[in-house]
Design a protein around this ligand. Structure first.
Ligand SMILES: Cc1ncc(COP(=O)(O)O)c(C=O)c1O
Length: 393
């Protein structure tokens, strides 16, 4: 007989977005004409100058261990970016760079949470937060999608109902994955005023920052600087610079917190490869300007996606202002057909019958919805929406 496995980790589920995409990929390998809109990455290649720098750096022998938490040059470049683009002052020591924003968030949860501590997750939220909280011994407190959604995507009064004396943190993510909402300055001000009266850690995931199309996404910390002692900013290179596979993300926050995050990394992944750091410096110094064409193209895809989905009767959508997803409201369809018990069942049916892969809203704490990524070539986008229209009809 073996010893029982970790109760904490048994509570963690595999990432459903990755599982679903794996199923779609397997079907494609079998020769089925599946179109996947399930994955969360821009379809553009990484900018050539970033790739070239990595190759040059590898050739120069920058292929050994780097510094835990990121080398000083990259952390300095990030501090400069935060000041230049976000008007935020962080010392390079307050910045930790890791293997994707995902790793930083994971180590952050381990750093912030004691057993039973509650973390507020207003739905819809990115799939991994909840499981990371569980793995860290905390309790994810999911605030269901409110009736006011999407008109009021971050309903403070509703969230307040889920706060308890055990609440220690809240996660805010704007531009939002999966629903594409963007919190504007007025709303950030309102959230800041509310959070100023709490003593919670504020985790602000700003990874889709460059993909905010109608308004500039400001950081909550710029709007509400008095949160600084308990504010942790999360960002990364995956979405902004089309570098998902490079695995570069960072966090910036209070020194004692970031010291522990760095220390945890020194015992897990150790560091980023140095040649990836060198290439990342080229990307971050290029900033938004480097990605101008891709951002414009993504905005054009967004407009096409909105226009095409709006033609489908009985399928309301959350009109996205940011990120690269359209959040489909399948509740009227479910009510009309009476055939499906949940959106997971609809997504399975769409995959098997219409050969279109979406991510069911259950993965984001939002049953009744499904996420469609429009970060694809325009032709594929149009064909995918046409297939959905035919299937729902
Ligand atoms: C909201 C959000 N945060 C964080 C991440 C993690 O990004 P990465 O680990 O690639 O930096 C993702 C990726 O899908 C995301 O959508």
């Amino acid at each position: 007989m073996t010893h029982p496995l970790s109760k904490k980790i048994l509570g963690v589920k595999a990432s459903p977005t990755i599982t679903l995409n794996a199923k779609a990929t397997a079907m494609i390998k079998q020769g089925l004409p599946v179109l996947s809109f399930a994955v969360g990455e821009p379809h553009f290649p990484t900018p050539q100058i970033v790739v070239d720098k990595a190759i040059e750096s590898m050739r120069a022998g920058r292929t050994k261990y780097g510094a835990a938490g990121g080398g000083p040059e990259l952390r300095k470049a990030i501090a400069t970016k935060l000041e230049r683009e976000n008007r935020l002052k962080f010392a390079p020591e307050q910045i930790v760079v890791g293997i994707g924003a995902k790793e930083i968030l994971f180590h952050l949860m381990l750093t912030l949470l004691n057993d039973g501590d509650e973390v507020l997750l207003p739905a819809p939220f990115w799939v991994s937060y909840a499981d990371q909280v569980i793995a860290a011994g905390g309790v994810p407190v999911i605030v269901p999608v409110p009736d006011s959604f999407p008109a009021n995507p971050f309903d403070i009064a509703e969230i307040e109902k889920y706060a308890t004396p055990r609440t220690v943190a809240i996660v805010i993510n704007s531009p939002n994955n999966p629903s594409g909402y963007v919190l504007n300055e007025g709303k950030l001000r309102e959230i800041g005023a509310w959070l100023s009266k709490k003593d919670w850690w504020v985790i602000s995931d700003e990874i889709y920052e460059y993909l905010s199309f109608d308004i500039e996404q400001k950081s909550l910390l710029e709007i509400c600087p008095d949160l600084r002692d308990r504010f942790i900013l999360i960002n990364g290179f995956s979405k902004s610079f089309c570098m998902t596979g490079w695995r570069v993300g960072y966090g910036a926050g209070p020194q004692p917190v970031m010291n522990l995050v760095r220390s945890l990394q020194s015992h897990s992944s150790t560091c980023l490869p140095m040649f990836i750091e060198d290439a990342s410096i080229v990307a971050i110094n290029g900033g938004r300007e480097l990605m101008r064409a891709e951002i414009a193209e993504m905005n054009s895809l967004r407009k096409t996606a909105i226009a095409e989905f709006e033609k489908i009767k009985g399928l309301p959508i959350v009109e996205p202002q940011g990120a690269f997803y359209v959040f489909l409201d399948l509740r009227p369809f479910m009510a009309n057909t009476g055939r499906f018990k949940d959106t997971m069942a609809i997504c399975e049916w769409l995959l098997n019958d219409a050969h279109v892969a979406l991510v069911p809203g259950e993965a984001f704490g939002a049953p009744g919805f499904a996420r469609f990524s429009y970060a694809v070539a325009e032709e594929k986008l149009r064909e995918g929406i046409a297939r959905i229209a035919r299937a729902l009809a």
